[in-house]
Design a protein around this ligand. Sequence first.
Ligand code: SF4
Length: 113
Amino acid sequence: MLFIKEVGNNMPIDPEFMNKSTVGEHNGHKMRGEVKPPEKLGVHGTSVAVDHDVCEGDGICISVCPVGVFDWVDSPGHPVSDKKSDPVNEPACVFCRACEVQCPVQAIKITEI
Ligand code: SF4
């Protein structure tokens, strides 16, 4: 019998996330999409966008970012993970895309704007 491990909601960040309305700001970056804490947290950031409803709190982005764009934010009660990577230093991004490539659940989209 084959067992497949469910990982998060199995959906990557929506590549069209910028078409969604901005619903507020958090730690100096914009939030888009549906935000109803603690279950729905939306997409955080613009040039460095992290879908907090996809993020599993793996932390590889924090490890690989050469300029310290990310920091942890607690998300108690969220159905996927109780901590998220947050692009708190978004303007520092040098667009190397290491985070986007390494994220195991494709929660990150980098856009040079
Ligand atoms: S693209 Fe590179 S510099 Fe920008 S947030 Fe990701 S890892 Fe950091």
